[in-house]
Design a protein around this ligand. Sequence first.
Ligand code: ADP
Ligand code: MG
Length: 673
Amino acid sequence: MNEHSPVREIKGIGEKTEKLFQKMGVYTAGDLLRYYPRTYDIYEAPVPVSELEEGTVAAVEGCVFGSVQVSPNRKLQTVSALIRDLTGTLKVLWFRMPFLRNTLRSGSRIIVRGRVVNKRGGLVMEHPEIFQPVEKYQEKLNTMQPVYPLTAGLSNLTVMKAVREALEHIHLQRETIPESIRQRYHLCEYNYALRGIHFPADKTMYMYARKRLVFEEFLEFLLAIRQMKEEKEMSVNGCRMEKKQEVDDFLSQLPFELTNAQKKVWKEIRKDMQGDYTMSRLVQGDVGSGKTIVAVLALLEAACNGYQGAMMAPTEVLARQHYQSICEMFEQYGIPFRTELLTGSMKAKERREAYERIETGESQIIIGTHALIQEKVNYRNLGLVITDEQHRFGVRQREALAKKGNMPHILVMSATPIPRTLAIIIYGDLDLSVIDELPKDRLPIKNCVVDTGYRETAYRFMKKQVEEGRQCYVICPMVEESEAMEAENVIDYSTMLSERMGPEVTVGYLHGKMKQTQKDEIMEKFAQNQIQILVSTTVVEVGINVPNATVMMVENAERFGLAQLHQLRGRVGRGAFQSYCIFMTASRAKETKKRLDILNHSNDGFYIAGEDLKLRGPGDLFGIRQSGLMEFKLGDIFQDAGILQMAAEAASSEEIREFPVYGRADRDNIHVL
Ligand code: ADP
Ligand code: MG
């Protein structure tokens, strides 16, 4: 067996399990080895009952106090006991384990470990693991058990066993980092790192393993960027454009004036497109800063110069939204160019017709998803390519779009709040423009962080907003374990909310498992205000623009990264109405409160990202990832800024250039930037 062997060859994996693994993107033994745990279960020292916190998993050591009860409910037989230590008494429940009545003796010492929840005002531990005699806990103390991303039918234990098998039977030889560099930055060997990331003996081993793998991830990424940059460096502008009066006329007809920041960025773009070299520019601007209109101006200028312009968005919903708003604007201001929409869910016939109009040049502006880079699409004269919400794409995809033309200009839009120093490393191949100002008419969003007791008040508030003609979003908590469960969750929630809101309010829902046409339909209805409250997973997080929506309520806000919450919040406050953001949290942990307070007091994405990092500190590796930012497998550009810096140094070193894998860096695997 080697890294390329199908997972089926691993002992214990049959056809059924193989299918489940494939569903999770694991095809080969190598994929499995790189299927990293999403977190770890750490058996920490027991804590006193008085210090237990709601929502955490903890161990408690004490004596069984009084008699053990078995509830008469046949459907869900519950065993309950009281555990007492010097600081207090804790109620503990087990489900469907009636035999425990005979093993738990009043007065005996015991350690229980499980989740602490709040039930009718008191803390209760649910279905804990039992350690008796208490010495048994010693064996597990401080060990870290991997917790893998799962799907229905695939258990954590199955994944653990498979990974263990693979680690045992694959002879690993791969070393992608030169010895001298490993020594300089204290990086462990590849084999050790793989073992350490799956089955760390302790935290130290985990930290070393992770550091090495994150370093490697960053290094490969940086090398790929560098290579691209070298290929492209100073390419002569083959799509030279002139300043067109039509674009200025269009601009003067818009119902608003550009902000100074927008004007400045538009000027930079224009100058690039006229200049001697091909443009490669990143436009960074916080959510709602008005990046789209700048992109539209660039597309229009390209079209006026006789070139095609294409804009790629990460989701169909977003692509369609851009398409519609451009069509509306062009119609309203009498712009004669044809705009084309190209997405994966279009019918074959529609798509063929679109291809044809693109190939003949009948369509000058093309908006779409990944469909834009399909092999069958031939552009006639592609002079400008734009990627919106860039952090969702791989380097490869941006490159693929550019290859559809003959060295077209490249414009990249991103709302990712990255400090300039980091941006220069990450987007090393791009020039940087920043829109650091929001349109003047915006009222700052009013925020509140509340506990679940406030839910009814929040519903009443939303109902009132709807009565005033506004619309609302409700974000359901993520269900990490499976998409199917997540979908169920969203549907249940929206049914409940619909009943609660009464017949005058239409509640719709959106989740990742829906078919594209269904999603479009829902978004369309929401945009038209036929749906007033949209219950959704985070699929609405990127880019969606419905200025009439004024309330964003996020359930289980503690489960999201701050940057992601900031993106979600960016869906409201996009028009002239006062908007509100309600962060609902069930957790009473102080940490959570502190984190959410940052959002509560600032609407500035850059500031939030910085504070979040400060609060968690670079050492906190188990914190919530800044998910949605850069989709590195393990690395996080904020948390691991130090490692990123090291990798950047290493990427420019001589040793790397001489190392055989350089140039072979697997660029297809890079899904970042
Ligand atoms: P983002 O930067 O998040 O992509 P959008 O480009 O979607 O933001 O813009 C958000 C909203 O602000 C849109 O409805 C857009 O029409 C509007 N907008 C853009 N620029 C201005 C401006 N200068 N003045 C007023 N409204 C603007
Ligand atoms: Mg946008």
